[in-house]
Ligand binder design. Structure first.
Ligand SMILES: *Cc1c(COP(=O)(O)O)cnc(C)c1O
Length: 354
């Protein structure tokens, strides 16, 4: 039986995508070859890469606006240093909203000065800092749109005349926004777009070429732009499955349709968290993420009973990250509303039994 999969990442993808992707392993495009055994330079794969890149830009509304979409390797974690390698000459400003921001800050410090404009560490990152100012003498401002571990999401982005860089790993393609505010957007595929192994990087070309250091070819965005993400062998299968997922998003009505469903799922879950006296939410209400909902039991002694209940109901991946404890329901684009209902029913059932 298919599980209700709330895993934080790698995570659920659409069933249609799994079917098509598994078929391509046996016979890709009726070619008599598996997608796993063809050259990344073959016409069939080059068209996959092109479609993936153009779908990403199209869905984000960034076509013909000076942006390039790249599919790179090394995860979002590699972007923590690549961003600084390519953009940081003297000083950059970072907003620290959790584990991933902290890691990005650590890497950037190897390349230049880093100003942490604000941090929510004082409350174990359960909120998004709002009143801070961004210095004028910086090379760029970096933030994390959605904090996968703590379950907070930035609803507003600060206005700055400097390049805006954003780690959108866990909420890309989940909500409508004016993406043209950003100069670099990056996202590990495995949270909302595809399998692990590739990272989408959207680069506005005019932010490049401004640092004086030599950049190794593999670390240089310009290399990957000039080679259309084929400077070295790309993660062929991960790009292919990401492309199928992007097609799926488009066929369902694009980001707008994703956002509508994501809001329904979030509303269903959070309203039960708030109503049910046995549970309490972790993140500050106004900063709650529709992607990753974090909540705890008020009385930990109910843990064993509740855990057995949701596991018996076919739910997977509901345990919270060790730095928050409790539960985390990751409700990415491909998770159906019915799966959220199953968890809500378990929460109600626990209340009845107690
Ligand atoms: C998972 C995650 C990362 C790390 O991604 P990798 O691809 O494992 O390097 C970075 N940022 C955010 C917001 C994440 O959710």
């Amino acid at each position: 039986m298919k599980k209700h999969n709330f895993s934080a990442g790698p995570c659920i993808l659409p069933q249609e995508v799994f079917k098509e992707a598994s078929q391509a392993i046996l016979d890709f495009n009726n070619s008599g070859l598996s997608i796993l055994e063809i050259s990344h330079r073959s016409a069939d794969f080059v068209s996959v890469m092109e479609e993936a890149q153009s779908l990403a830009l199209e869905l984000l509304g960034l076509q013909d606006k000076g942006y390039k979409a790249l599919f790179l390797q090394g995860g979002a974690s590699m972007q923590f240093l690549m961003v600084a390698y390519n953009l940081l000459e003297k000083k950059a400003a970072y907003l620290n909203t959790g584990t991933w921001s902290s890691k990005a800050i650590k890497e950037a410090k190897l390349f230049g000065g880093v100003v942490e404009v604000a941090s929510s560490k004082d409350k174990n990152f359960n909120y998004i800092p709002k009143s801070y100012s961004i210095p004028e003498d910086i090379d760029y401002f970096h933030c994390t749109s959605n904090n996968t571990i703590f379950g907070t999401q930035m609803k507003e982005f600060p206005a700055t005349s400097k390049p805006l860089v954003c780690d959108m790993s866990s909420d890309i393609f989940s909500r409508e926004m004016d993406f043209s505010k950003f100069d670099i957007i990056y996202a590990g595929a495995q949270k909302n777009m595809g399998p692990a192994g590739t990272t989408l990087v959207i680069v506005k070309e005019d932010v490049l070429g401004k640092v004086s250091r030599e950049i190794p070819s593999m670390m240089d965005y310009s290399t990957h732009i000039s080679k259309d993400s084929m400077f070295n062998t790309p993660a062929v299968y991960a790009v292919y499955v990401s492309m199928l997922t992007l097609r799926w998003i488009k066929s369902k009505g694009g980001i707008k349709a994703m956002e509508e469903l994501n809001n329904k799922k979030a509303e269903l879950l959070y309203s039960e968290v708030d109503r049910n006296p046995l549970f309490k939410g972790f993140a500050a209400k106004e900063d709650r993420s529709p992607m990753n909902a974090t909540f705890n039991l008020v009385d930990e002694s109910h843990k064993d009973v509740f855990d057995k209940m949701w596991k018996d109901a076919g739910v997977n991946g509901l345990n919270g990250h060790r730095s928050v404890g409790g539960y985390r329901a990751s409700m990415y684009n491909a998770l159906p509303l019915e799966s959220v209902q199953v968890v809500v029913d378990c929460m109600k059932e626990l209340e009845r039994k107690k």
